[in-house]
Design a protein around this ligand. Structure first.
Ligand SMILES: Cc1cc2nc3c(=O)[nH]c(=O)nc-3n(C[C@H](O)[C@H](O)[C@H](O)COP(=O)(O)OP(=O)(O)OC[C@H]3O[C@@H](n4cnc5c(N)ncnc54)[C@H](O)[C@@H]3O)c2cc1C
Length: 415
């Protein structure tokens, strides 16, 4: 595949941009592959990419029922951080964050990683204690964070009202190398690199059944015919329960719509990401000037990828004391994605009761930040048939054994 570079841009400028190739091929499905990945979101595409790059497996099809990156990967608010409390979580999220640092160079695709810094506000004494504890845990885990005071918060983000009568800002957990990336560029960059390695990305191809002989997977039925495989990876976020049912097992996962919204574009006014978990809202400013605002999940299980008006009101009401600026802004768009929530708010990267069938799900409200690390760990699991150190704690067996990785504070409401 042609490399993207300043030289290539200059060359194309002289020939009317006619020399660019399509970023990825759109082949017809073959009868059989070594590996099938269901779901062309960030996690599925990253799994395929690291199977090729780290393990030399390229006879892969990635099957996507809609368009690639059209699930949660293209619907999230793009926050990247690794300031989790538990060692297993910090390890996989920090692996992902560190891969994001050089992902544009690695993929030869600008994913616009912007390590502008993430502040998680402490607005109660309970949160102060909790975030001080996380900062100490992060120091031991090798994750760069610190607890900062309210003056420093105000200096980093002048539009914050730190003296709110109800929820004053008492400090924040600050991760200076956290930030954002362009969500669909992450999917597109991985897709282009996978296609370049000879993998087939097949869009508009929904998996409708999982074929098995005895207890072993042999392939899938799709809306474009049957496709055989030796190994199957299910990476479909909010639809994990549906795919698991096709494969004959159940998952401890609930699917709910998580919503977000953006304001009209305004001049640059905040250059960090701020999360306010007590009131439940968070905000950053996109390159277009819109304030990107994340809200809550619906209180009931559903598969409706749409926003609802009361969420706009609730989220803006929650944030307006801390960010008075938003009281005068018009809200431009809202949307939702179907997130896959586990009981301990930690992901599942695991073998399944079906031989040669693996699952990657449960990233819930916060899996965008994990995409490179998750793909890395899932590829190792699928290539070797056993989890490596990053994936090992996240097996399905933990629910049977009661060995939870409780991130309900770091992941349950935050992103
Ligand atoms: C509003 C919102 C805000 C968020 N904010 C953040 C954030 O700031 N930071 C963060 O880290 N995370 C955030 N997240 C979470 C993050 O987006 C997800 O955890 C992550 O994108 C999941 O990626 P994925 O590849 O697993 O899933 P997806 O991107 O959803 O991909 C799964 C794919 O599987 C496909 N599929 C489903 N069923 C089938 C089938 N039968 N056959 C074939 N294909 C199928 C779907 O069409 C989809 O494209 C947010 C999520 C939402 C919804």
């Amino acid at each position: 595949m042609k490399r993207y570079s300043a030289f290539a841009i200059a060359k194309e400028a002289f020939r009317h941009q006619l020399g660019w190739e399509r970023a990825w091929r759109s082949p017809e499905p073959k009868p059989e592959y070594e590996v099938i990945i269901v779901g062309a979101g960030g996690h599925g595409l990253a799994t395929a990419y690291y199977l090729g790059k780290n393990h030399g497996i390229t006879n892969i099809a990635i099957l996507e029922k809609n368009w690639l990156g059209g699930g949660n990967t293209g619907r999230n608010t793009t926050i990247i951080r690794s300031n989790y409390l538990q060692d297993a979580s910090a390890a996989i999220y920090e692996k992902a964050r560190s891969l994001y640092e050089t992902l544009s160079q690695d993929l030869n695709y600008n994913v616009m990683f912007s390590p502008r810094g993430v502040a998680m506000l402490a607005q109660t004494h309970h949160e102060v204690r909790g975030y001080r504890r996380t900062a100490r845990a992060n120091a031991i885990q090798g994750v760069e964070t610190e607890f900062i005071g309210s003056e420093q918060v105000k200096a980093l983000c002048p539009i914050i009202n730190v003296d709110g009568p109800r929820f004053p800002v008492l400090g924040a957990l600050w991760q200076p190398r956290g930030g954002t990336a362009r969500h669909d560029a992450v999917a597109w960059g991985y897709a282009r690199a996978c296609s370049d390695m000879g993998m087939d990305i097949i869009q508009n191809c929904a998996v409708t059944a999982v074929r098995r002989t005895g207890g072993t997977v042999t392939g899938v039925e799709t809306t474009r015919g049957a496709v055989g495989c030796r190994k199957l990876g299910i990476v479909v976020a909010g639809h994990s329960g549906v795919l698991a049912a096709m494969a004959g097992f159940r998952l401890p996962v609930e699917s709910v719509a998580l919503q977000a919204l953006v304001s009209e574009p305004v001049k640059p006014c905040m250059d960090i990401v701020v999360m306010a978990n007590t009131v439940h809202g968070y905000m950053s400013q996109s390159d277009k000037g819109e304030l990107v605002i994340g809200g809550g999940a619906d209180g009931f299980n559903n598969y409706t990828q749409r926003g609802s008006f009361h969420h706009v009101e609730e989220t803006v009401r929650a944030l307006v004391e801390t960010f008075p600026i938003i009281s005068r802004l018009r809200m431009l768009r809202q949307w939702a994605g179907i997130v896959d929530m586990t009981g301990d708010r930690s992901p599942i990267l695991s073998k399944t009761p079906l031989e040669n069938c693996f699952i990657n799900c449960g990233w819930g409200t916060g899996g965008f930040k994990a995409i490179p690390g998750s793909g890395w760990a899932m590829a190792e699991l699928m290539a070797k048939g056993e989890p490596g150190p990053l994936a090992a704690p996240f097996g399905l067996d933990r629910f049977r054994e009661g060995r939870f990785i409780d991130e309900s504070v770091a992941a349950g409401v935050a992103h």
